[in-house]
Design a protein around this ligand. Structure first.
Ligand code: FAD
Length: 679
């Protein structure tokens, strides 16, 4: 279990304490950091915080311990009170050679941390209070939640924990109890019930309300917006009472420090590392609460628990596996096939909106939000996925016969075969409806395809390319599934794009390509059927545009909070906040519009003009938002390493593909006036 720390036993008088210390990694030229002491919640052994410790800046030394009677520390001879425990902690620190530390306390440990900061003032430099409150004078949890906290049963009985975790811990525990059960039980040294009861007794009757206004330490308060044990109002109360406090609210529950460690550790790191001067200015100028998530209207909460869980897995994959390497591929115009295809395969998200044929059937909202989540980190990966799962699989799903769907969709849903979609031609883009020049000639039981296609995403490595061609028999547009490698088929990679450089677009040449009648999509009889595919995928592109804008916004917000000019974070300047709020408004209005469009799709009510309006609106809002994000980063905005520059470049392609703004506007214009203005 211990990847980061060295474990030892420290004896203070007659009390032995199990202590874990993660040493600091010294970096030449950087001054040593103040050691960081973590005080855990009631009943919790020190191992529980391992994910958080692993995510903290390696330059910081981290000290954890099991309180008496918990984990690996034997119970004390008699009960103790909170002040006694604080004295014990002070002696433990002396024994370990620490003069002053920064202190983090979570839940019950937050009470200990407040007391320690007040009464061992010289030993505590800064204070971090997580999911905690003011003791007896707090806004209590519901009785049904409190009842579960009276005994240590959740630490001793894994099945019981899994049953109740959602209700008592909230946040991610509502949708995935496995991670929390593993964190609490896998390396558990089941503490004795006596130790747990002593902990309960230690804080009985205790409250910090009288002394919080006297705290001198700079304090960061972290609170989840879905914490059934400590309702959010408690954090707001402490924020009011502590003179130098700042409140950071995260989306999540009581154990956010464990389940959202990757998100919260940098917040804590930034707080601990900030110079005192900038902290004062942050306090004075930029308010106390920060909502850093771009899902401002909580659209994610419209998903069911399974959908939210899947979305978080997508986020984790994109942030941890794709984001760190994607600029490298962007620069080299390469697609990280071996990373992305197995990764997305494992997530099981292809064909999300379709029912049957091995597709997940998660519905349109989840499908759209996955597109947003992918684009939030990288628009190229979202485009790869949109071409495969939307355009190619969608053509087969909407226009294929039953037999064709059975044949191709399951292997495409498993991402064992990759699809592409060939409609646009070198001389025919917006005017594809009436102007396709690629021809299909019937020859007995076969079709012969001739012509050229341009811009076809995934085509350099796709297994199947859906080719749209005009039949010489009836002059109608028909769709054909052309396997890669068919004689006469050639795909040449397009180079030197300034947008979506990771997407492999190709110019396709079809020179007497023969496919059997069984490869003609049996329900595609005219361009009207092609348009049905585009109607569906344009909704996906609107979601992607929202994701691209959201990614740029979130990068810009994080940058604004740490970039300093004129001696203060630029987030505190009115004109910078104006940019941020404009971006957020664009992201939020787009997301709300997309969510409604998904509902229309789900109910079978979406028409061409609904998707067209969303595509046009969201891409315009995206283009504005990424530009503002770039502006906010100043010169750093054009450096790839800050990501926003890539969003700016990539947005140009999203703006134009799957129907330009003009074409989508004309579709809506035709619907509302009854007059076509295309020609
Ligand atoms: C990165 C990328 C990936 C793509 N991937 C695919 C793919 O996988 N498969 C595929 O088939 N295609 C793909 N495309 C093609 C894309 O769909 C077309 O670029 C798009 O439809 C616009 O066509 P065009 O570029 O030929 O522009 P054009 O049609 O030449 O339009 C040029 C300009 O004229 C305007 N215009 C045209 N007609 C009118 C009109 N009637 N009234 C007013 N203004 C008008 C347009 O809005 C635009 O501003 C991709 C494109 C890009 C950039």
């Amino acid at each position: 279990m211990f990847m980061t720390a060295e474990v030892r036993t420290v004896t203070i008088g007659r009390q032995r304490l199990r202590v874990a210390i993660r040493p600091a990694r010294n970096e030449p030229g950087r001054p040593p950091r103040v050691p960081f002491l973590l005080v855990n919640g009631i009943g919790a052994h020190l191992d529980l915080l391992e994910p958080f410790v692993a995510a903290l800046d390696p330059a910081v030394e981290v000290i954890r311990f099991d309180p008496p009677g918990i984990g690996g520390s034997p119970p004390p001879g008699r009960p103790y009170w909170i002040s006694g425990l604080c004295r014990l902690i002070a002696r433990m620190l002396s024994e370990l050679g620490y003069d002053q530390v920064d202190v983090l306390g979570i839940s019950w440990g937050g009470g200990i941390a407040q007391h320690f900061a007040a009464f061992q003032r010289a030993r505590c430099r800064r204070l971090v209070l997580v999911a905690t409150a003011t003791g007896t004078m707090m806004l209590p949890a519901r009785p049904s939640v409190l009842a579960h906290l009276l005994t240590p049963r959740r630490y001793l009985d894994r099945e019981y924990l899994q049953r109740v975790a959602g209700n008592i811990y909230g946040g991610l525990a509502r949708i995935d109890t496995e991670e929390i059960a593993a964190a609490m039980h896998d390396s558990n040294r089941a503490g004795l019930s006596r130790g747990y009861l002593y902990q309960l007794a230690a804080s009985a009757g205790w409250t910090s309300v009288p002394f919080l206004p006297l705290l001198r330490q700079h304090t960061l308060i972290l609170a989840g917006d879905d914490d059934p044990i400590i309702p959010l109002a408690n954090a707001r109360l402490m924020n009011l009472l502590i003179p130098n406090a700042r409140l950071h609210v995260y989306h999540g529950g009581h154990l956010g420090l464990v389940t959202e460690a990757a998100e919260l550790a940098p917040v804590v790191d930034a707080f601990l590392a900030a110079p005192l001067s900038s902290w004062r200015l942050v306090m004075a100028s930029s308010g106390r609460t920060a909502l850093t998530d771009g899902d401002f209207y909580l659209i994610e909460q419209m998903l069911d628990p399974a959908g939210r869980r899947l979305l978080l897995r997508v986020r984790e994959f994109m942030e941890k596996s794709v984001q760190p390497v994607i600029n490298h591929y962007w620069t080299r115009e390469e697609f990280p096939y071996d990373l992305v295809v197995p990764g997305l395969r494992e997530l099981g998200i292809a064909g999300q909106a379709y029912s049957g044929y091995g597709c997940p059937g998660g519905g349109n909202l989840l499908d759209g939000m996955i597109a947003m989540e992918l684009a939030r980190v990288d628009s190229s990966i979202a485009t790869f996925f949109g071409v495969h799962s939307g355009l190619a699989m969608g053509s087969i799903y909407l226009c294929g016969s039953e037999e064709q769907k059975q044949r191709w969709l399951p292997e495409m849903a498993r991402l064992e075969k990759i699809g592409a979609f060939g409609l646009t031609e070198p001389e025919v883009g917006s005017g594809a409806a009436g102007g396709l020049t690629t021809t299909a000639r019937r020859d007995g039981d076969e079709w012969v395809l001739d012509g050229q296609k341009k811009w076809i995403g995934n085509a350099t490595f796709a297994d199947y390319v859906v080719i749209w061609a005009r039949s010489l028999e009836d002059q109608q547009v028909k769709g054909f599934v052309v396997p890669a490698g068919t004689p006469g088929f050639a795909a040449a990679k397009m180079r030197d794009k300034i947008a979506l450089r990771v997407v492999q677009n190709a110019t396709i040449t079809l020179d007497g390509v023969r496919v059997p009648e069984s490869h003609r999509l049996q329900l595609a009889n005219s361009f009207r059927d092609t348009a049905a595919v585009l109607r569906m995928t344009r909704a996906g592109v609107a979601w992607m545009a929202t994701g691209c804008a959201r990614g740029a916004y979130e990068h810009a917000l994080a940058y604004a909070r740490q970039r300093q000019q004129f001696g203060r974070p630029i987030a505190g300047f009115q004109l910078v906040q104006d940019l941020l709020v404009r971006m957020l408004a664009n992201v939020t209005s787009s997301a709300c519009l997309c969510a409604r469009l998904s509902a229309l799709q789900q109910d079978g009510l979406a028409e061409d003009h609904h998707s067209a309006l969303a595509k046009a609106f969201c891409t315009v809002r995206m283009r504005e938002a990424v530009g503002w994000a770039r502006e906010l980063l100043g010169g750093n905005g054009i450096l790839l390493e800050n990501h926003v520059g890539r969003f700016v470049a990539d947005s140009e392609a999203i703006y134009s593909y799957e129907g330009t703004r003009e074409i989508n506007t004309l579709i809506v214009g035709r619907a509302i006036t009854g007059t076509s203005a295309f020609v």
